[in-house]
Design a binder for this molecule. Structure first.
Ligand SMILES: CCCCCc1ccc(-c2ccc(S(=O)(=O)CCO)cc2)cc1/C=C\c1ccccn1
Length: 240
């Protein structure tokens, strides 16, 4: 994959997105407002407009017990699970398999009244990163999704408005070994999930509609996805 035309962009975007995701909310600059909270999950957004369109950056942090970062990224990256957890997905195809860790997706999301239907075309890359804080600790895992152009699928030539997105899912696993030295179980496992996204809706949509969609859909999305991973992994050996 290192010779693919997208490789330089993938390298750059992954590095910058991972660095941003690692920063705490306080270090990410001013203006972040907590807009949703549910147990361990906290969701922040910053109100930003580009050419009059809402492009609010979003950052969610969540801690989920009983799953590993590799498992979270595995179920997020692999297309065969997506219809199970992505409730707003209408259609998804893999346009290109650049390598086993890099795919190009074309997906349409269900229309949300009164806006027109949206579609996204993006590369998706999964990567394991060394744990800088604790060399012997579990690795960090990440999936980065970033919009890209495809000559065979020009934007806005059909009924759907093409959105532009950058998404980073960064997962840090914590193992709390059992005191009595018995074998590790999922009870000794937890995963800190950071989900960052910037979505440009493409065509104009009322700011009030967009912010209402995000406020309703993002908490649902992260809760549904993490519950799905817990359910899929509960009776399986841990994937580190
Ligand atoms: C008027 C509505 C405009 C917004 C439509 C929209 C844009 C983007 C996206 C979206 C959300 C998550 C990703 S991902 O994390 O990369 C995973 C792969 O699917 C990619 C795209 C969705 C949706 C539509 C609804 C919506 C909005 C948030 C959360 C969930 N659904």
């Amino acid at each position: 994959a290192s010779q693919h035309r997208l490789w330089p962009e993938i390298e750059n975007v992954v590095k910058s997105q991972v660095n941003m995701a690692k920063m705490g909310i306080g270090e990410c600059g001013a203006g972040w407002q907590l807009f949703a909270e549910d147990g361990e999950m906290k969701m922040y957004r910053r109100e930003e407009e580009v050419d009059g369109m809402v492009c609010d950056p979003l950052k969610a942090v969540h801690v989920v017990k009983g799953i590993s970062g590799h498992e979270v990224c595995h179920y997020f990256f692999n297309p065969q699970y997506r219809y199970d957890w992505e409730s707003t997905l209408e259609h998804m195809t893999v346009l290109e398999t650049i390598s086993e860790d890099t795919l190009v997706f074309l997906q349409t999301h269900k229309r949300i009244w009164p806006a027109s239907q949206r579609e996204g075309l993006f590369w998706s890359h999964i990567r394991k990163l060394p744990n800088e804080k604790d060399r012997d600790g579990p690795d960090i895992w990440t999936v980065v999704n970033n919009s890209t152009e495809y000559s065979e699928h020009p934007a806005n030539n059909g009924k759907c408005v093409r959105i532009f997105l950058t998404v980073c899912l960064l997962c840090q696993t914590t193992v709390d070994p059992p005191k009595d030295g018995t074998t590790l179980t999922r009870d000794n496992l937890s995963c800190k999930i950071t989900y960052c996204s910037v979505v440009n809706p493409g065509g104009w949509a009322p700011a009030s509609v967009l912010r209402a969609v995000y406020k309703r859909e993002y908490p649902k999305f992260l809760k549904r996805f993490t519950a799905y991973v817990k359910n899929q992994t509960k009776n399986k050996p841990i994937m580190f």
